[in-house]
Design a protein around this ligand. Structure first.
Ligand code: GDP
Ligand code: MG
Length: 719
C-alpha cells in the first residue's frame, strides 16, 4: 500500500479551516500540541478513493513572518514536514486580506490548492468571484466551497488528489519593484552557490526573507556560513538604506506593498466587486476607479504623457542653449589659444565637438528622467503598464514592457541603455528577450538631433507633425518586430498579466532627485568615456593618413599662384583651396575609404560615402551622427560657401532630396543599436549571441526599409 498522502490546511484565522477539517475527518482526529509550544495541533485522516489521506489543521495566521508563534509554527511545519499538498483556505468574503497570505505560500513554493470558502457569505454580500481567472492569475487551482455544508468539497478532494500526484510547485510571479528585484537577483545565485538552506527553502524565498530582515532565517544562515551570511546581510542593508533614501520606507513595507499590489491587480482582473476599509489602500482604490477607467484612463494617460513631453522640452530649453553657448565658447577659445596642428584639430573636432554634442543634450535627458521619476515614484506608471497590457499582450509583450519602452525613448528623448536595464522587471525570459531586442527601435535622445536636423532641412513646414509621426512609427515598428520575434525565434506562451498596483505615494523630493540623478549619470558617464573615445577615434579616422607630400605640394603651389596673381577676391580663392584640400584629404582618410567602399551597396538606399562615414560612426554612438555628418560635409564640400549651416548644405547637396532624407531617417531609426546598448543587451541577455543578432537583424531590416523607400520614391519620381 502507498503511504498516506499528507495534506495541510492553512489560512487566516476564522477562514473555516477547523470547519473543513471536522467535515473531512469526522471522528478520526487527534488533538495535541506542536512540540515545545502551546499551539494546538489537530491531526486526522480520511479516505479518498481507497487512498489514505493524513490531514493537519495548521494554526491560523495572517502572514508568514517570524513575529508570532503561530506564524513560526505554520511555516516551520510547511518546510520541515513538507506536506504533499497545502490547502489554503481563503475566506471569499474577505479576499484581499486572505490572498495576502496566499502570496506568501506562493513565495514559499509549496504545492498549493486554494479552497475558496464561504462563497455563501460572499454571495450574500454581492461579491462575485471568477474562480477560473483567479486560478489563471495565481497559477494554482482554485475550488469554491462552503465548508459548513460540504458543498464543493468533493471537487476539492479531487483537486487535492491531482495536485499530490502532479508534484508541481507553483512559482511566484510577484515583482517587488526595481530595487528589491535587483537585490534578489544578486542574492539568489549566492544562496544557490553556497547551498544555504536550499534543502528546506527555495533560494528566492530565503533571499526575500533576508531582505525582510527575518530573524529566524538570518540566524540560520549565519549558523551555516558566517562569511557569506554577512555578505548577504550587507547587501540587504545597502538596499534598506537606498529604500530609506528614496521612498522613506523599510524593505518589509515595500515588499508588503507589492504583495498587496499583486493581490489588488488580481482582484481587479477577477472582476470582483468588493470594498476595502484600509485607508491608504482604500484611497488608491478610489483613485484607480477613475485613473484606470476604460474611457478616462487612456485620455488621462495621453494628457500625462503629453504633459511630460512639453515639460521636458520647454523647461530644459534654456539650459540646452546655455550649454551650447558654453561649448561654442570653449571651442572658440581653444581655437585661439592652441597652436595649429593635429593636437588642436583633435581637441576641437574630436573632443569638444563630440563630447559637447552629447553633453549638450543632458538637460533634456535630465528633465525627462525627472518627469518619469515622478510618474514612477507616485505609482502612476504602474497604472500605465496596467492599461497598456492588453495592447502589449497582443504583440507578445507584457504590461511591464511599457516602462523600458518609455525610458528608451517611447515619448522621444530617452536612452536604450537604461531602457534595457529596466527590462529586468519582466519575469518571462522570452517576453524579456523580445523587449530587449525591440526597445532600441525607440527614438532615443541621441537620434533626436539627427531627426530634427533632417526634418528641418527637408520638411521645414511640418516639423512637429513629422516628429510625432516618427514617434508613432517607432512604436509601430517595435511592436510589429516584437510580434514577429514572438511568432518565430521567441515563440512561447505569454505569462498571465499580474501587474502590481502598489498604493499611490506622494513622491519625496529626495527620492526623485536620486532617481533622476542615477539615470542621468549613466548618460553623462557614457559621454565622458565611450563617446570621448569614439569621437577621438573617428576624428583620427577622418584625418589620417594625411595626403601624400606631393599632393600637399600641389595645393601649396596653387596657393602661391593665387597670392602671386594679386586678384581682389584672393581670400575666397584661398578658402576654396583649403576646402578642396580638406575634401581630397577626407577621401584619402581611412574613414573616407570605408565610406567609399560601402557606397556601391549604400547607393541603393541613396546614401553617399560621406553619409556612410556618419552612419558607421553612429553605430559607435548615435550622438556622433550629426557632428560626423557636419565634419564630413564641411571637409568634403568642394563648391559651397563655408558659412552655410549643415542643414542648408544637405538641402542643397545633389546627393540629397526628400526621398533620400526619408530613407536616411528610416535607417537611422531602426539600424543596429549603438555599441553601448549592444553591450548592455549582451549583459542582460546573458550571451553575446543575442547582442550580435540585434545588430545584424536591425541593420538588415533598416537597410531593407531604406532601400524600399528610396527605390519606390525614386520610381514614383518623388525625389
Ligand atoms: P478557523 O479559524 O479557520 O479554524 O475557522 P473555523 O473553522 O473555526 O470557522 C470560523 C467560523 O466560520 C465558524 O463560525 C464557522 O461555522 C464559519 N464557517 C466556516 N465555513 C463556512 C462557510 O462555508 N459558510 C459559512 N456561512 N460559515 C462558515
Ligand atoms: Mg480553527
Amino acid at each position: 500500500m502507498v503511504d498516506a498522502v499528507h495534506v495541510a490546511l492553512a489560512g487566516n484565522p476564522n477562514a473555516g479551516k477547523t470547519t473543513l477539517f471536522n467535515y473531512l475527518t469526522g471522528a478520526r482526529q487527534h488533538v495535541g500540541n506542536y512540540p515545545g509550544v502551546t499551539v494546538e495541533k489537530k491531526e486526522g485522516g480520511y479516505l479518498y478513493e481507497g487512498q489514505k489521506i493524513r490531514i493537519v489543521d495548521l494554526p491560523g495566521t495572517y502572514s508568514l513572518t517570524a513575529y508570532s508563534v503561530e506564524e513560526l509554527v505554520a511555516r516551520d511545519y510547511l518546510v520541515n514536514e513538507q506536506p504533499d499538498v497545502v490547502v489554503n483556505i481563503v475566506d471569499a468574503s474577505n479576499l484581499e486580506r486572505n490572498l495576502y497570505l496566499s502570496c506568501q505560500f506562493l513565495e514559499l513554493g509549496v504545492p498549493l490548492v486554494i479552497a475558496l470558502n464561504m462563497i455563501d457569505v460572499a454571495e450574500k454580500r454581492g461579491i462575485r468571484i471568477d474562480t477560473e481567472k483567479l486560478s489563471l492569475l495565481t497559477g494554482v487551482p482554485v475550488v469554491p466551497i462552503i465548508a459548513r455544508t460540504g458543498k464543493g468539497v468533493e471537487k476539492l478532494l479531487e483537486t487535492v488528489q491531482a495536485v499530490s500526484r502532479a508534484d508541481a510547485r507553483p512559482q511566484t510571479l510577484i515583482r517587488y519593484g526595481v530595487d528589491i528585484d535587483e537585490a534578489l537577483r544578486e542574492l539568489v545565485p549566492v544562496i544557490e552557490k553556497h547551498e544555504l538552506l536550499i534543502e528546506t527553502y527555495p533560494a528566492s524565498w530565503t533571499a526575500l526573507k533576508i531582505l525582510e530582515n527575518d530573524e529566524q532565517v538570518v540566524a540560520k544562515i549565519m549558523l551555516k556560513n558566517m562569511d557569506i551570511g554577512q555578505r548577504l546581510i550587507d547587501r540587504s542593508e545597502v538596499l534598506a538604506r537606498h529604500l530609506q533614501d528614496t521612498l522613506e520606507a523599510y524593505p518589509e513595507t515595500v515588499i508588503a506593498d507589492h504583495r498587496y499590489g499583486f493581490v489588488r491587480s488580481i482582484l481587479r482582473q477577477g472582476e470582483v466587486t468588493r470594498v476595502t476599509e484600509q485607508d491608504r489602500l482604500y484611497a488608491s482604490e478610489q483613485i484607480d476607479k477613475v485613473v484606470t477607467n476604460r474611457v478616462v484612463g487612456p485620455l488621462l494617460m495621453a494628457a500625462v504623457l503629453l504633459g511630460l513631453y512639453s515639460f521636458t522640452f520647454s523647461w530644459s530649453g534654456f539650459l540646452v542653449d546655455w550649454l551650447g553657448m558654453f561649448f561654442d565658447l570653449l571651442g572658440g577659445l581653444t581655437e585661439t589659444i592652441l597652436p595649429d596642428g593635429p593636437v588642436k584639430s583633435m581637441i576641437v573636432s574630436g573632443v569638444i565637438d563630440g563630447v559637447g554634442g552629447v553633453l549638450g543634450f543632458v538637460p533634456i535627458i535630465m528633465f525627462m528622467f525627472f518627469g518619469i521619476a515622478v510618474l514612477e515614484d507616485s505609482g502612476y506608471l504602474a497604472r500605465v503598464a496596467f492599461m497598456m497590457d492588453k495592447i502589449f499582450h497582443f504583440f507578445g509583450l507584457h504590461g511591464s514592457s511599457v516602462m523600458p519602452f518609455i525610458i528608451s525613448g517611447g515619448i522621444a528623448g530617452g536612452c536604450a541603455v537604461p531602457g534595457v536595464l529596466a527590462a529586468r522587471t519582466l519575469r518571462s525570459p522570452k517576453e524579456r528577450m523580445a523587449t530587449l531586442l525591440t526597445v532600441p527601435f525607440m527614438n532615443c535622445g541621441a537620434k533626436l538631433p539627427v531627426l530634427t536636423l533632417i526634418i528641418a532641412a527637408f520638411f521645414p513646414n511640418h516639423q512637429a507633425r513629422y516628429m510625432f509621426l516618427a514617434t508613432l512609427i517607432a512604436w509601430l515598428v517595435a511592436l510589429m518586430a516584437a510580434k514577429f520575434l514572438r511568432m518565430t525565434l521567441l515563440r512561447g506562451e505569454s505569462t498571465p498579466f499580474v501587474m502590481e498596483l502598489p498604493p499611490y505615494r506622494v513622491p519625496t523630493g529626495k527620492g526623485l532627485l536620486i532617481h533622476t540623478w542615477e539615470r542621468t549619470w549613466q548618460y553623462v558617464k557614457k559621454a565622458g568615456t565611450v563617446i570621448l573615445g569614439i569621437s577621438i577615434l573617428l576624428w583620427a579616422m577622418m584625418t589620417y593618413p594625411g595626403l601624400p607630400s606631393e599632393k600637399v605640394a600641389e595645393f601649396e603651389a596653387m596657393r602661391q599662384q593665387v597670392a602671386a596673381s594679386g586678384s581682389t577676391d584672393g581670400t575666397t580663392a584661398l578658402l576654396r583651396i583649403d576646402q578642396l584640400e580638406a575634401g581630397v584629404g577626407l577621401r584619402h582618410s581611412i574613414a573616407g575609404r570605408m565610406g567609399m567602399a560601402l557606397e556601391p551597396i549604400s547607393r541603393f538606399a541613396g546614401f553617399d560615402w560621406r553619409t556612410n562615414i556618419a552612419l558607421v560612426g553612429g553605430f559607435a554612438a548615435k550622438e556622433v551622427i550629426v557632428s560626423t555628418l557636419g565634419t564630413a560635409y564641411s571637409l568634403g564640400a568642394v563648391d559651397s560657401e563655408n558659412t552655410t549651416s549643415l542643414k542648408d548644405r544637405l538641402a542643397g547637396d545633389r546627393h540629397w532630396n526628400p526621398i533620400a532624407a526619408l530613407a536616411f531617417l528610416a535607417f537611422i531609426m531602426f539600424y543596429s543599436p549603438c555599441f553601448v546598448t549592444v553591450v548592455a543587451i549582451a549583459k542582460e541577455a546573458g550571451s553575446w549571441k543575442w547582442a550580435f543578432f540585434s545588430m545584424g537583424f536591425n541593420t538588415i531590416f533598416a537597410f531593407g526599409m531604406a532601400v524600399g523607400i528610396f527605390q519606390l520614391g525614386t520610381l514614383l519620381g518623388l525625389g
